[in-house]
Design a protein around this ligand. Structure first.
Ligand SMILES: NC(=O)c1ccc[n+]([C@@H]2O[C@H](COP(=O)([O-])OP(=O)(O)OC[C@H]3O[C@@H](n4cnc5c(N)ncnc54)[C@H](OP(=O)(O)O)[C@@H]3O)[C@@H](O)[C@H]2O)c1
Length: 304
């Protein structure tokens, strides 16, 4: 199989092709059984709606049962089948039930999209203890691991697709975010290793690395004490920031074509700089990101 590197037309994301997918149907997810974790908001919700438009059978997972029920009804109205299965992905037993329920309900599993994710900011030395760090790892990495572990045998039966929503932070680290970076790097190492294990069985593994996307993520982003930023978190977005629907569209297309990895937004230049000149990348990031962030945090502390 030939691996090639291509750059998409809108130059906002680079795509490494795992092969396959030249002749794709316009509804590749029709009558496919798909699990989406983190479906109650943001990218997960947008994925579910796009899947419903194609007539997919979707199992919606997240903790917020009420939101999932509303979304399930919307998916059914749009032509999909949908069931809501409230799940905390940090709980391995709940993830096992999640996977088994999809197979029981739809008869098989074609696609697992591990999308649930959270983040926290702060210097490592300032964290009061490691609870928050471990919580981020639990959701972002262990949540992905739990669902994947129980899904693999079913995906092998359908030559299915595993899709892990990571981040540019899984390719290029940012200081002040070591918990989030560590969790997403773990997702990358896991996915890249598993891709080889599953290749012969015909199961593809697609890593999605968004740059910033307009969702609830930055409102929920926690400080070192676990307090969410709230509405001011949205200040990072501007008119050019990708919408959740755009991100979902790119994700579903890449997974249908069994792409290896999709990098989105301007972050891919940082990824290349890090490969070519990692020391320089560190210096630039310290000046442009770490120092301003620490200055702002100190100022907020002294005025607050
Ligand atoms: N937005 C961005 O700028 C951006 C950039 C790069 C990567 N990403 C990644 O994209 C993914 C989706 O995030 P988003 O931007 O759509 O943020 P979001 O709107 O905050 O959605 C996060 C989803 O994860 C779910 N979730 C959180 N903890 C969970 C748990 N313990 N068990 C199950 N579900 C849980 C949330 O639902 P409940 O609270 O109902 O459980 C929610 O549905 C994440 O993996 C994130 O790291 C986002």
């Amino acid at each position: 199989m030939v691996t090639r590197i291509t750059f998409s037309v809108d130059r906002s994301h680079a795509v490494k092709d795992q092969g396959e997918g030249k002749y794709m149907s316009d509804k590749p997810y029709q009558d496919k059984s798909v699990i989406v974790t983190g479906a109650s908001s943001g990218i997960g919700r947008a994925l579910a709606l796009r899947l419903a438009d194609q007539g997919a059978w979707i199992e919606l997972a997240a903790r917020d049962a009420q939101r999932l029920d509303v979304l399930a009804a919307e998916c059914c109205q749009r032509g999909g089948k949908a069931i809501a299965v409230p799940t905390d992905v940090t709980d391995e037993a709940q993830c096992k039930v999640l996977i088994e329920r999809a197979v029981a309900e739809f008869g098989r599993l074609d696609v697992l999209i591990n999308n649930a994710g959270i983040g926290a900011t702060g210097l490592l030395e300032e964290l009061p203890d490691l609870t928050l760090f471990k919580r981020v790892m639990d959701v972002n990495f262990f949540g992905t691991l739990h669902c994947t572990y129980y899904a693999v045998k079913h995906l092998k039966q359908t030559q299915g697709r595993l899709v892990n929503i990571s981040s540019m932070a899984g390719k290029s680290p940012l200081p002040y975010n070591s918990n989030y970076n560590a969790s997403k790097y773990a997702v990358h190492g896991f996915s890249d290793s598993l891709r080889m294990e599953l290749a012969q069985a015909g199961v593809s593994v697609t890593l999605i690395c968004p740059y910033w996307v307009v969702t609830e993520f930055h409102e929920r982003l926690m400080d070192k004490n676990g307090t969410p930023r709230g509405p001011q978190g949205r200040a990072v977005y501007n008119q050019k920031t990708m919408t959740a629907d755009q991100c979902a569209a790119i994700t579903l297309k890449a997974a249908a074509r069994r792409k290896r990895e999709v990098l989105m937004g301007p972050g891919w230049t940082a990824v290349w700089l890090r490969i070519i000149a990692p020391g320089l990348a560190d210096k630039i990031t310290i000046e442009m990101v770490l120092k301003p962030v620490v200055r702002r945090a100190k100022k907020a502390q002294s005025t607050g």
